[in-house]
Design a protein around this ligand. Structure first.
Ligand SMILES: [Zn+2]
Length: 296
């Protein structure tokens, strides 16, 4: 059982309240569910009632039950179509990790998994063509939602971005892109800081492990809270060397030493370092606060 936290904030027209929404499927399908709820929320914005009754994995694929009332026939049709699309997509996405997958049998059990999860906890899966799926007019390779997802082979061969950060155009003209330290990237030298081309699709798992941009797929490494990242960025930049693979940007996890280094370098204004330090302390306070809430 998984939970979608505060679903009413995200989907205000679906009659959900503040309680987490329970779903009985793996988190690899969260992206499919969010795409469905986004579409349903758009349709329900004009009014009517929508009640989620059940979201579950059944015989290996996604099943959703909901009740809708007081809406026009074409609105009902739009939601039913979105539901059928969600079920069709679930045949092609690993329920465990969200990468490209296909239906497998593990003894009596059926599950959609990628090649990595086809040989794991459940034993060795055998690829299986569900007869119900055979006449399916849905073509996954022309659905960008599926086509942008990596296979295990593509994922394993992809360059890595460490310390990544999503950057958005403040004027809203361009799609977001990422900054970070690159490894095994064809254009950027290992351990150098750089940016990607605009994002096409990003892993919906938490934390995300891949991103597809206009030019290529990347694996995503560590990410840091914004103030900590900025201190690491400056400490690394002023050290005038790339990040060695396996090392943290900024050289270590000793943030106090990094702040002291920035002050001693004399290359940043002390007011800027004060601002960075204050933001970092506040960020740490917040992280600790969140940590406390989580443990109680
Ligand atoms: Zn998988």
């Amino acid at each position: 059982m998984r939970l979608i936290i505060r679903p009413n904030d995200r989907y205000p027209h679906l009659g959900l309240d503040r309680r987490p929404l329970a779903i009985a499927c793996g988190e690899g399908w969260l992206g499919i569910l969010h795409a469905f709820f986004t579409e349903a929320d758009k349709v329900m914005a004009v009014g009517g009632s929508f009640t989620v009754l059940e979201v579950m994995e059944k015989k290996g694929v996604l099943h959703m039950h909901y009740a809708i009332a007081q809406i026009a026939p074409d609105a009902r049709r739009a939601i039913d179509d979105a539901c059928r699309l969600a079920a069709a997509r679930s045949f092609h996405i690993c329920e465990v990790c969200g990468r490209r997958g296909r239906l497998h049998t593990f003894g009596d059990l059926r599950k959609v998994v990628c090649s990595e999860h086809a040989d794991g906890e459940l034993g060795k899966g055998v690829p299986f063509e569900d007869p119900l799926n055979a006449p399916d007019p849905y073509f996954p390779d022309v659905d960008p939602f599926i086509a942008a997802r990596p296979t295990v082979t593509e994922f394993d061969a992809a360059p890595i971005i460490e310390g990544w950060l999503i950057e958005e155009d403040s004027e809203g003209g361009r799609r977001p892109w990422l900054y970070g330290w690159f490894f095994s990237e064809p254009v950027t030298r290992d351990g150098e800081h750089g940016h990607t081309s605009p994002i096409v699709q990003m892993d919906d798992m938490v934390p995300p492990r891949w991103v597809r941009t206009d030019t290529r797929l990347y694996r995503l490494g560590m990410c840091y809270p914004p103030a900590e990242r900025e201190i690491r960025y400056w400490a690394q930049k002023l050290s005038r060397r790339p990040v060695p693979y396996g090392e943290r940007p900024g050289g270590s996890d000793d943030m106090e030493a990094m702040l002291a280094f920035l002050r001693s370098s004399g290359r940043l204004r002390s007011t800027k370092i004060d601002r960075l330090e204050q933001a970092y302390r506040e960020e740490q306070g917040h992280v600790n606060e969140v940590g406390k809430v989580r443990t109680t």
